[in-house]
Design a binder for this molecule. Structure first.
Ligand code: NAD
Ligand code: 2HG
Length: 466
């Protein structure tokens, strides 16, 4: 029996690579054992699990996902389709209907409307840090796991911002444009060293903290504002309010996620609270800064320069698209002096993209082949050590279900005749994830088990690997 969500990955080993830049990441090979969420040790005789079903795994990779990731997925024997850009919604809906796995970056919007059509989808890989482009709740409610790469491009963004601080301080963008147009304009007015100036970091997470260290090494004083109390690095100092930061900083840089609280967090009021002649950098998300308010602040001289890497609307692919059709203020923005505009390239370095490709593809493989949700951003993290070749008649049941009372009793009624070697369950909000390794199963039993789980009212998704 096959169901829309049944899948059959090829059982080849995939090459384990260690490119993660995460200080906390502990890569778990599909062949591993050890503590549930801690470090794992390779298990030599691990059994390669296959799903109870007959279909091949179909993967759709959009937005030029790095070759490292493509290779890991192809080496599994999955059918991988790869496109360089994102897709308009209607085309995305057509393509997503078939696939079990989708890999995207920041441009592809996986809204509830799109995901509703994704009847076979079991997992989404965001080959980037941000996950705001995915309806995470809808995905969780429908048993679709979402993974990202939380650290791999932080350093690249921090380095870009350091470069931009100097570029703005010295008006390098303007001088370079002038020279490209044949104009020699040797000026020092309004140009500064960054040594001794104050950098204000909004959002002291992975990127903000990296940047703090780099900026101090260049002789800047660092202050930061974050909704959490975060221990400072070096001699950086956390301030109590955003207003306090805005009033003290010469350079202000945003590194917050896109969430309702950060939408328009730098607007007219905040520009008024800044020092005259200060600089603003935004390489977080385009909705964080109110661009018309920035245009006014730059025209009035309140802001002496700015660098934007992200915009409320960004095109699906490369080309001649940064115009007023995309964002109504496009031409006004382009006319401003000492404004650096980059096409969302903060994380676009070879190092970052390779590391992200490996990290996310490995998470996808672990999820498809083993059911491990380690690192998932929308489901509880559940991991079991691998089944071994010494357990030939064992199967792994994965039951994603509504987090309501009485489910475990029903589950135990179904698997109660088997020895449950190990079992782990955890919940996150309304969704719970149960994984159990059971003994004495043959194909007929698996079919019965599958049907029984699928008929429970609490069911969101059932997968059986054996
Ligand atoms: N330009 C690019 O190419 C690029 C690359 C990577 C990440 N990003 C963006 O940068 C963002 C930050 O990345 P990160 O890895 O540092 O994230 P992070 O989660 O490590 O850090 C974000 C920090 O912002 C803080 N924060 C949240 N809401 C806040 C608020 N209202 N006020 C102040 N602080 C708040 C959090 O507490 C956290 O410390 C990502 O969410 C992503 O959108 C952009
Ligand atoms: O590569 C991308 O498209 C997004 C980069 C960055 O914004 C991220 O969220 O990691």
């Amino acid at each position: 029996m096959t169901s829309a969500r049944d899948i059959r990955p090829r059982q080849d080993d995939f090459a384990q690579q260690h490119l993660s830049a995460s200080p906390n990441a502990s890569f778990h090979s599909p062949s591993s054992h050890g503590s549930a969420l801690g470090r794992t040790v390779p298990l030599v005789n691990a059994k390669h699990l296959k799903p109870f079903a007959t279909q091949d795994i179909k993967v759709l990779l959009l937005e030029n996902v790095n070759q490292t990731g493509r290779e890991i997925l192809s080496q599994q024997g999955y059918q991988v389709e790869y496109l360089k850009s994102s897709l308009p919604e209607d085309q995305l809906i057509e393509k997503i209907r078939d696939v079990h796995v989708i890999g995207i970056r920041s441009k592809t919007k996986l809204t509830a409307r799109v995901l509703k059509e994704a009847k076979n989808l079991i997992v989404i890989g965001c080959f980037c840090i941000g996950t705001n482009q995915v309806d995470l709740q809808y995905a969780a409610d429908n048993g679709i796991a979402v993974f990202n790469s939380p650290f791999s491009n932080s350093r690249s963004v921090a380095e870009l911002v350091i470069g931009e601080i100097i570029m703005l301080a010295r008006q390098l963008g303007d001088r370079s444009n002038e020279m490209h147009n044949g104009t020699w304009n040797k000026v020092s007015n309004g140009c500064w060293e960054i040594r001794g100036k104050t950098l204000g970091i909004i959002g002291y997470g992975h990127i903000g903290a990296q940047l703090s260290v780099l900026a101090e090494a260049m002789g800047m004083s660092v202050i930061y504002f974050d909704v959490l109390n975060i221990m400072s690095l070096g001699t950086a100092r956390q301030v109590e309010t955003l207003e306090e930061l805005l009033g003290q900083a010469d350079y202000i840089t945003c590194h917050v996620p896109e969430i309702p609280e950060t939408k328009g967090m730098i607007g007219q009021t905040q520009f008024e609270q800044m020092k005259t002649g200060s600089y603003l950098i935004n390489a977080s998300r385009g909705t964080v800064v109110d661009i018309p308010a920035l245009i006014d602040a730059m025209r009035s001289g309140k802001v002496a320069g700015a660098a934007l890497d992200v915009y409320p609307n960004e095109p699906a692919g490369n080309g001649d698209y940064f115009n007023n059709e995309l964002n109504t203020w496009g031409a006004d923005l382009r006319s401003l002096k000492n404004l650096i505009l980059t096409p969302h390239i903060g994380g676009s370095t070879d190092e970052a993209q390779k590391a992200i490709g490996v990290e996310v593809a490995q998470a996808l493989v672990r999820y498809v082949n083993e059911g491990s949700t380690l690192g998932a951003v929308n489901l509880p993290e559940v991991v079991l050590r691998s089944l071994t070749m010494d357990e030939p008649n064992h199967a792994r049941v994965i039951y994603i279900h509504k987090n309501i009372p009485g489910v475990l009793r029903k589950v135990n009624e179904i698997i109660g005749d088997h020895n449950v070697d190990k079992q782990m369950t955890d919940s996150r909000g309304d969704v719970a994830y149960l994984m159990a390794d059971i003994s004495n199963v043959d194909t007929a039993t698996i079919k019965d088990l599958y049907t029984s789980f699928e008929s429970l009212p609490s069911r969101i998704m059932t997968r059986i690997l054996y």
